[in-house]
Structures are given as structure tokens and as C-alpha cells.
Design a protein around this ligand. Structure first.
Ligand SMILES: [Mn+2]
Length: 283
């Protein structure tokens, strides 16, 4: 029998109606401050995912045992962040309405705001776990409040104090670190304290956002704003597995820039983390 040429992330080929998780790409990088290119990430990730096995020896689970639908990429409006965020929000809203978990592949980190708005609408008590090298807490960046450098601050506008838990952070303006005190829980450099946060948030709805630049540039150089002093692949993997125990109601992985990945290794790292996240959130 012949099949249509439709490329999905490896092992994510169930029908929409049956899916528990819906994967989609948000190829948007209009507010990237340093080196753009994340708009190419979701396509590269789908294509390179076929270099992976569907089976994870870390978790003894296989993607083919689960119901994951890959909706492909949104066609987003470049140059108009609010419009693009609206498009992301509409799709996320539909997925949530159908009682499925949206998992978005960015794109630059601003796309998180688009997916988070309808998640917050559905779960006003939602908490956020944020892995990143950067605080992303600026009130505005170069006069723009919608920026990949201010995305977590925009999430805070919605959630208020005490709901956002940041890990791996090692870069930001001094004022962002000062501001974070009392507003977010910010763990510098690593995942210390994650276990306690996971215990505290057990059973509560959680949105999980992973900026892949949380990893060290020696592991993951293919990103727009590389930041030395990051975590290893295994650090991130074990952290992801801890977060996977929670009631994840929406999530995203962002900031791979294939343009800066001539060896393909960063894309391979991104694919593997996505596989482990998809398997890790299965109960
Ligand atoms: Mn970052």
C-alpha cells in the first residue's frame, strides 16, 4: 500500500480524534534580538527526528505506544507579533477544548505567550515551570513589550506572584534578578530545588516551557542567544523526567536555530529532549 508523504515527528502519527497530545510548530522569530533562525526549527526537528528511535531506554517507553498527533506548522504572520500570538492562541484553544494537551515547538520564546493565554483561561490556577538560560523578565525590550526577552514577564502579568518557577537562569539585566524576588522563584544556574517544587505542585495544573538554551553551548550551540555555563543534556533529561510527574496541561520547547547548527548535533539534541518529554508526561 502507498502512503501520503506527510512528515510528522517520529512515532507521532495517530489520528486527531484519538490523540492525547497534539504537537504543532510555531515557526516565528520576528522579535529575536541577536541571531534569528528559530522559524526553521520545527521543520528541522521533524525531519531529523527520524534519526532517533521511538524507544527510550531511559524510560523504557516507546512513542508508538502512545496517542500523539502532529498537526504540522502554523502559517504565522511575520512582523506582527500580536497577530501571530493570536493564531497560536486559536489553535491552542481548540486543542484544549477537545481535552487534549497542546505541545508547541517554537520558534523563539515569545510564542509561549500565545499558547499560555488560552491555557490560563482554562486553568486560572496554572503554575509555570520555566527552564532557560535567560530570565526573560524584562518589562519591555527596546520599547517593545512583546519580545522573547520579556515573555515570562508577560506570563506573570497573567499569573501574578508565586506561580512561576524558573531554573537554569544565568543571564539577564540586574534589575530582572532584583525584580524576580517576591514575584517568581528563580533558581540560578541549575535545577537545585526542582524536586521540592515538583512535590509542592503535585496534582496542580502546570504549564512547562523549555528554552533549549538552558543547555550549555558546548552541548547545544544551535541557538540564537547562546550562554556559557549551562546544564548538560543529562541534567536536562533528569529534570524533564521530574517535571513529567506533574499534571502538565500545556508545554513548549523553543529556541533551536538550525541556521547555527551546521553539524546537526543541536537539532539531534532537541529531537531527543522532545521524545523524552513526550514520553515523560505519559502517566
Ligand atoms: Mn533563553
Amino acid at each position: 500500500m502507498l502512503n501520503k508523504n506527510v512528515e510528522t515527528f517520529i512515532g507521532c502519527d495517530c489520528e486527531y480524534g484519538e490523540a492525547e497530545i497534539v504537537l504543532f510548530g510555531a515557526p516565528f522569530d520576528s522579535t529575536t534580538s541577536f541571531r534569528p533562525g528559530t522559524r526553521f526549527a520545527s521543520k528541522a526537528i521533524r525531519s531529523e527526528s527520524f534519526g532517533l528511535e521511538t524507544y527510550s531506554p531511559y524510560q523504557n517507553k516507546d512513542l508508538t505506544d502512545y496517542r500523539i498527533f502532529d498537526a504540522g506548522d502554523l502559517e504565522l504572520c511575520f512582523g506582527n507579533p500580536e497577530k501571530a500570538l493570536g493564531q497560536i492562541g486559536e489553535l491552542t484553544k481548540k486543542i484544549l477544548k477537545d481535552e487534549k494537551i497542546p505541545m508547541m515547538i517554537g520558534g523563539e520564546h515569545l510564542v509561549t505567550l500565545g499558547a499560555f493565554r488560552p491555557v490560563f483561561e482554562k486553568y486560572p490556577e496554572v503554575h509555570v515551570i520555566h527552564f532557560d538560560a535567560h530570565t526573560d523578565l524584562r518589562e519591555e525590550y527596546l520599547g517593545e513589550i512583546l519580545s522573547h526577552a520579556s515573555v515570562i514577564r508577560r506570563l506573570w502579568d497573567l499569573t501574578g506572584d508565586g506561580k512561576i518557577f524558573q531554573f537554569g537562569i544565568r543571564s539577564g539585566d540586574r534589575s530582572e534578578f532584583v525584580w524576580s524576588k517576591g514575584h517568581t522563584a528563580l533558581q540560578k544556574f541549575n535545577f537545585d530545588g526542582l524536586e521540592e517544587v515538583v512535590e509542592k505542585l503535585e496534582g496542580k495544573p502546570v504549564y512547562f516551557t523549555v528554552d533549549l538554551d538552558v543547555m550549555d553551548p558546548s552541548v547545544f550551540p544551535g541557538t540564537g542567544t547562546p550562554e556559557a555555563g549551562g546544564v548538560s543534556f543529562l541534567d536536562l533529561l533528569y529534570a524533564v523526567l521530574k517535571v513529567g510527574r506533574l499534571n502538565i496541561v500545556g508545554l513548549d520547547v523553543n529556541e533551536l536555530s538550525p541556521v547555527y547548527d551546521p553539524s546537526g548535533a543541536s537539532t539531534a539534541v532537541a529531537c531527543k529532549i522532545i521524545r523524552e518529554i513526550l514520553l515523560g508526561i505519559q502517566k
